[in-house]
Design a protein around this ligand. Sequence first.
Ligand SMILES: [Zn+2]
Length: 71
Amino acid sequence: MSEPGLDAPERCVQCGGGGMTRLPMVLTDGTEVLFVSCHSCEQRQWLTEEEGGWTALPIESVLARTQKPTR
Ligand SMILES: [Zn+2]
């Protein structure tokens, strides 16, 4: 009853709305993240699951992990 990814936040951290798009993704470096997008306020976050809960990744970090190595 505790599969990973099923206990992600169901409400927007910004407006508390429940209309969220939740899309599991794997970044280029292998980091598993959950992209969440709020229908009400268009808040977007990339969350990583860590011990004890979900942590929001800064957009800079997401972009850095999405880029292919340059060498
Ligand atoms: Zn919202």
